[in-house]
Design a protein around this ligand. Structure first.
Ligand code: FES
Ligand code: FES
Length: 193
């Protein structure tokens, strides 16, 4: 009798452990999932890009670059390194050049953003875009939107007094085709207008 009671307790204990297993496994997987893919926290964002205001909802961790490319479908700003090293994602916020891969979309909320798509006026190219064409400032063109946005800022912010000053200002924009001479020439051309 004693022994059958012990067996009963053993068996019921084992059954209880088995019953508990699925939920603990579930909880374990939930923890792992939350670790790998943390839950989303979204926020509403109102942002003005190229003079048009957009109201979107985005994850609070969304970068300005991803918001532009993936939610607003403005793909002019390029994703080169996504780590602030190449300048391909350069845009302007309130006229100042910024790396959109290192800027949270929420930081640009309520501010004026200009991308390469906003430089031309209709069919009329911006003088810097014209200069890049005339001076052969791009080859494969992948870095070109970022280069042009930085080049416009270079002129606007008055860093064109010497080739060295231009190169220093533009040093955050990498071009693997080596169009640097054409880029410097383009900037000098626009600075002289
Ligand atoms: S993509 Fe932003 S600096 Fe390279
Ligand atoms: S033109 Fe090719 S990377 Fe600059």
């Amino acid at each position: 009798m004693k022994s059958s009671r012990r067996s009963f307790l053993k068996i019921s204990g084992a059954l209880a452990a088995l019953a508990a297993l699925p939920s603990s496994v579930k909880a374990f997987y939930k923890d792992v999932k939350n670790f790998i893919i943390p839950p989303k926290h979204t926020t509403p964002i109102s942002i003005t890009v190229n003079k048009k205001t957009y109201k979107v909802t985005a994850d609070t961790r969304t970068t300005l670059l991803d918001l532009l490319r993936e939610q607003l479908h403005l793909t002019g700003a390029k994703k080169g390194c996504d780590h602030g090293q190449c300048g391909a994602c350069t845009v302007h916020i309130k006229g100042k050049h910024v790396l959109s891969c290192l800027t949270l979309a929420a930081q640009a909320a309520g501010k004026e953003v200009t991308t390469i798509e906003g430089l031309a006026e209709g069919d009329k190219l911006h003088p810097m875009q014209k200069a890049f064409i005339e001076c052969d400032g791009f080859q494969c063109g992948y870095c070109t939107p970022g280069q042009i946005m930085s080049a416009v800022a270079c002129v606007n912010e008055g860093h064109t007094k010497s080739v060295a000053a231009i190169k220093e200002f533009m040093s955050g924009n990498l071009c693997r085709c080596g169009a640097y001479n054409g880029i410097v020439e383009s900037i000098q051309k626009v600075a002289a207008l």
